[in-house]
Each structure stands twice: as C-alpha cells, then as structure tokens.
Design a protein around this ligand. Structure first.
Ligand code: AMP
Ligand code: GLY
Length: 434
C-alpha cells in the first residue's frame, strides 16, 4: 500500500513514524513534511491548498491511501474534491467531507449540532453584526470570565477569555470588525466552564468508532499554565482522571450522540473526531470539536498504540471501523515541546539543531525543522535547522508518568539549538509525590 500523508507538524511526524511500522506499507510519502519525516518517508513539496496538484501526485505516485492531517484542506473540501473524480474512485481517504469538517470549521455549526443531539456543552449565543445588542444582553447575564470565539478557523488564535464585561464587549466588536479576518464574521459567546481539560480521540467511519488513547495538552507558554496560549507545549497520555467512570460518561453522553449525529446528518466521515473536553465536577462537556488529531497530543498517543495503525486507517476508509481492535499499551507517555524562544510571538529561525543522534531513550518528532545541505571543503553536509516556533517534540514511554517525564527531560539535556525553550513542568501534577 502506498500512503500519502498531508501535513508538516509533529503530529504528521508521529503518524508517519507509526505507519512506518506497518507490514502493509509499501511506500510512505509526506507532503510537505519536515526534516523528521524526511528520515522515514519521502517528502513531497506540495501546496496543501492546491487540490489539483495533490490529485496529480496521487496519480503519479500511485497512492492507495491519503491521510489528511490538518484541518484547512478538510474544511476547504479536499475530501469532496477527490471523491468526485473518477480517476480516484479506488482511493482510500482519511478525513471527513466538507460538511463533516464544518464541525471544526464553524463553531456556531458545532454548537447547533451539539444542541440538536443533546451533547453537553457550554451555554452560548451566536452574534453577527446584525444582532450585537442581543449578544451584549446575553453576555451581561453570564458570570465572568467571558468566552468569545471567532466562528471560523483562526489558526488556534480565535478564542478570547476576558475577565471584565466592558472589555469583552469591546473585543466582541473588534472580532466582528475583522480582528480575526473573515473567521470573525460570527462570534460565539459562551459560558465559561471551570474544570480540567482533556483531549479524546476516536477513529470513525461515520457509524462505528474506536477510541484512541486520550491525552492532556499543556497549552500555555509558561510553567504553572501561565502566559500566552500556544499550539501546545507538551502532552501526556494516559490522563489519570479519565478513569473508567469518566470514560463511560464520555462514551455515552458525548461520543455516541456525536457519531449518531454524524450518521443522521449524512456526513461522509471516515476519519478522526477530536473531542476537546472539559471535566467539570467529574462530568464531561465538549469545548470544541476538531476533525483531525491534536498536536502535540498525537506525539504522546502514537507511542501507546500497539496495533497496526495503518490497518485501523484502512478499515475506517473502507467503512469498516472496528473490524480490527485497537490495542493500547498501559504504559505512560510524556511529550515535551522544544520551541524557539519568543514563540508564540516573535522568534528567530534558521538555528542549527545539535545532539539529535545522541538520543536513545526518547522518540524525537520534528515540528518546525528542515534539512539544510551545505558544502564545506568538498564535503557535503546536511544539517537540521529550525524553521518554526515549535521545533521538536520529545516523547518518552515509561512504566509510570515519573519515568516517562524523566526520560524526556534527560534527553532534552542532550539537545541544543540557540534560544531553545521548553516548559519544565510537563506531567508534574500527575507524578506521585514520594
Ligand atoms: P479552542 O481554540 O476552542 O480549543 O479554545 C482555546 C482554549 O480556550 C481551550 O483549550 C480552553 O482552555 C479555553 N476555552 C474554550 N472554551 C471555553 C469555555 N467555554 N470555558 C472555559 N474555557 C474555554
Ligand atoms: N493541541 C490542540 C490542537 O491540536 O488543536
């Protein structure tokens, strides 16, 4: 089986690493990929918004299975585009169709869906320029803090949590006036849910599902969950509070009604549903849906999946999710992101990364890296250099969280690049005090 995976983050490096272990794989391509994927697959430089270019590569490379790792092409309808072409009638696809992807592409759509299928979520009101006054009335009835969400995709930046109602009203107007571009033509005002977050993932063919390992993402830049929100500074799996009782509630109150909704709405859905959950007094609420895996959660869950992941993807693309069961290791995994200092604001790139060859106890997944080839005294050299804010994720498996976390931080001591930064408290709240 020839597989093409679209994306270039740590998530795609982790998916590629897992698929690479499959006996069913003939050749793996990643587009556009990064320095990490180039070590295990062939990178293809493709523009993920150019569906024609992707279609041509699928034919040229004889691709059997296409995995769409990130949300933008899905929300823009890549699934529908490829499915409508007769030359791709045998292509297996992982991802929802455009309607299904709207669960991530429009927060208002997702809220309406949750309401229709009685899925626990925060109370909300959707505002456009036409009904701002009603929105302000709704907001004034809520308790602080106030949650404002741009309706559309805003590269993870479209959610504001504001303590003061006057400031919230000003920000509401700012979003409607284009602070997040077109993504803010509608704004969802939400009740604040006070709890602990957890990321839960299923693989589904739109009727059946299998539960993947859950994870906890550390979103803030600073230790003790302080400072700006980022794409994720680390992740751990499993999540201790996701115990049997909480898992049952999540399956019955959230996952099953969501899959029922997907079937009833006739979405052509062969892919991932990522439930961003809030645990409020031991009850799960949906904060958001995504139609892809999480980053850096994927880097913490792939090392725990024991089954042939490619087989599970093939089953799903063939609308046979569940035909093969998923085996998950009881071990713990801790992922720490190494980022460029200054991220998520301004940072420098182009720094040489040292020490990667010395890492034995951890798995390194690349996020913002590329290979730079140079010549020095007639010797060809290739170096890994930084090309993004989030640069590398360091994942380690251990018998317990303490061992997993320690292995990751030991490995990090051996890695260097100029202006490297990481949080030093990933997983700490779950390490038993001795
Ligand atoms: P999102 O981009 O939708 O993942 O939201 C970013 C972050 O905002 C989430 O990870 C939560 O930490 C927080 N958040 C979003 N909605 C709520 C809510 N209703 N109550 C509390 N926190 C929220
Ligand atoms: N880690 C959160 C996300 O991938 O959206």
């Amino acid at each position: 089986m020839n597989v093409l995976l679209l994306g270039n983050g740590g998530r795609e490096n982790a998916i590629a690493w897992k698929i690479k272990q499959s006996k069913l794989l003939t050749k793996l391509y990643v587009a556009p990929g990064n320095a990490g994927t180039s070590n295990i697959a062939e990178n293809i430089n493709l523009n993920l918004n150019n569906f024609k270019e992707i279609s041509d590569i699928i034919i040229q490379k004889n691709i059997d299975l296409l995995i769409i790792g990130s949300e933008t092409p899905l929300v823009n309808g890549i699934f529908d585009f490829l499915k409508s072409k007769k030359e791709h009638k045998n292509l297996l696809l992982i991802g929802p169709d455009k309607n299904g992807a709207t669960l991530e592409g429009s927060k208002d759509f997702a809220k309406k869906f949750m309401q229709k299928y009685k899925i626990p979520t925060a109370k909300y009101f959707t505002v456009t320029k036409e009904n701002v006054d009603d929105g302000i009335k709704f907001l004034q009835k809520l308790k602080a803090p106030f949650v404002l969400k741009a309706d559309g995709l805003a590269a993870g930046k479209g959610v504001l949590i504001i303590r003061n109602s006057e400031e919230a009203i000003i920000e509401l107007q700012n979003i409607l006036s284009g602070k997040f571009g077109n993504a803010g033509e509608k704004v969802v005002i939400e009740e604040f849910l006070d709890g602990i977050e957890c990321s839960v993932f299923v693989l589904t063919d739109g009727k059946n599902f299998i539960l993947l390992p859950e994870a906890k993402d550390y979103k803030r830049i600073g230790e003790g969950n302080t400072g700006l929100n980022t794409g994720g500074m680390g992740a751990i799996s499993p999540v201790p509070f996701f115990n049997e009782e909480f898992k049952e509630k999540t399956i019955n109150q959230i996952i099953i009604p969501t899959i029922t909704g997907i079937a009833e709405e006739n979405f052509d859905y062969c892919g991932f549903v990522f439930f961003g959950l809030m645990n409020v007094n031991n009850n799960p609420f949906v904060i958001e849906y995504n139609v892809r895996l999480g980053d850096p959660e994927t880097e913490a869950i792939m090392p725990r999946i024991k089954s042939d992941f490619l087989q599970l993807l093939i089953d799903t693309a063939n609308k046979k999710t569940g035909e093969n069961e998923i085996l998950i290791s009881a071990e713990n995994c801790a992922t720490v992101m190494l980022v460029s200092r200054g991220y998520p604001e301004n940072y420098e790139t182009g720094k040489t990364v040292f020490g990667l060859d010395e890492i034995k106890e951890s798995i390194i997944f690349h996020a913002g890296t590329k290979i730079e080839n140079s010549e020095w005294q007639n010797h060809r050299q290739s170096q890994v250099i930084t090309s993004g804010g989030r640069v590398l994720s360091v994942s380690s498996v251990g018998q317990d969280m303490k061992e997993a976390v320690q292995k990751s931080y030991n490995s990090i001591k051996k890695i260097k690049f100029e202006k490297m930064y990481c949080r030093n408290d990933i997983g700490f709240e779950f390490i038993k005090k001795q």
